[in-house]
Design a protein around this ligand. Structure first.
Ligand code: NAD
Length: 309
């Protein structure tokens, strides 16, 4: 399928953006529609902690897209409800025949220090962020494989990548999305399905009480949108984690140090303790192509060292 002359022209593409009734999702939906995509604007329409719900938030964004001459459908499914998500995908296919782009953006917060957090709040946050993205991705996966085309953006977070006080549930769910992306980017590659992660920083209702006032303007949600567009484009990379906020764009990598081969003798724990700074030294670190590649490398290092003994 041709995508027009420009890689960032989304004419003819069908996109689903979850949690697009406000905040970042709304900006993603508006930008995709402005660049020619037909967009399913999904949003449960609940509060920041996930309570309540109404399709009116999604409908307002659809009205905005249509007023600007674009095409969009509102959908009020919760991403945690697999049957409702499947119905959403069917709605998109019935209307427009395909789904090219999925932006997994829906999310909630239930912040508390781990000591004070109920397991129910932990599970709910994991359910919305991780299982919500799993549900939506699973519901489009077979279709994207059949189409031999798909672009999936997972919304991770600096909290998942690096941690933040009071967000153990959120951080665990958000880094799980990077893990999901790592494997799906490998499994989808043969059918031109590219899976990437976006780690945004933006002033939305999710963060409005966390940022100092003077930072709110710099962290306009619109400033994150270019990263989403590049990750959803025809020429998108695969298996990239892009951080975006206030006009700065960065890539996060899960690197591996050169390490040291110490063998499996009885005194290995003592040797490891003595040489830990060498094992953790970051000079020459790399990003393995897969988990299997990392394992194979460990064996190869052992064999190379065994020969030298
Ligand atoms: P937001 O609260 O404005 O947007 C989240 C949207 O998701 C809301 O409109 C909400 O109604 C919707 N939603 C919640 N649960 C849902 C469900 N079960 N089904 C469907 N929709 C649901 O917050 P935001 O800042 O725009 O967040 C968007 C995404 O970006 C989230 O995944 C968030 O974790 C992530 N993120 C945001 C920041 C930031 O700085 N704002 C930083 C890192 C990650």
């Amino acid at each position: 399928m041709s995508n027009g002359s420009s890689n960032l022209d989304f004419k003819g593409r069908v996109a689903i953006v979850t949690g697009a009734g406000g905040g970042l999702g709304r900006q993603h939906a508006l930008a995709l529609a402005a660049r020619g995509a037909k967009v399913v604007v999904n949003d449960l329409g609940g509060a920041r902690d996930g309570s309540g719900g109404s399709v009116s938030a999604a409908q307002a964004v659809v009205d905005e897209i249509k007023a600007a001459g674009g095409e969009a459908i509102a959908n009020g499914a919760s991403v945690t409800d697999f049957e409702a998500v499947q119905a959403m995908i069917k709605e998109a296919v019935d209307a427009w025949g395909r789904v090219d782009i999925l932006v997994n953006n829906a999310g909630i917060l239930r912040d508390k220090s781990f000591a004070k957090m109920d397991l129910a709040d932990f599970k709910l946050v994991v359910d919305v962020h991780l299982m919500g993205a799993v549900n939506c991705t699973k519901a489009v996966w077979a279709l994207m494989n059949e189409q031999k085309y798909g672009r999936i953006v997972m919304t991770t977070s600096s909290t998942g990548l690096y941690g933040n006080f009071g967000q153990s549930n959120y951080g665990a769910a958000k880094l799980a999305l990077v893990g999901l992306m790592q494997t799906l980017s490998i499994e989808g590659a043969k059918n031109d399905i590219r899976v990437n992660c976006l780690a945004p920083t933006a002033a939305t209702r999710m963060t409005e009480d966390l940022f100092p006032k003077e930072m709110l303007e710099a962290f306009r949600p619109e400033a994150v949108v270019p990263a989403m567009l590049v990750l959803a484009a025809q020429d998108a990379p695969n298996r990239t984690v892009l951080c975006a906020g206030a006009g700065t764009f960065e890539a996060a990598h899960i690197t591996l140090t050169q390490g040291a081969w110490l063998g499996i003798e009885a005194d290995t724990p003592e040797q490891l303790a003595a040489r830990l700074s060498e094992v953790t030294d970051r000079e020459g670190e790399a990003v393995p192509q897969s988990g299997a590649a990392q394992g194979a490398n460990e064996v190869a290092k052992g064999m190379a060292n065994a020969k030298r003994i």
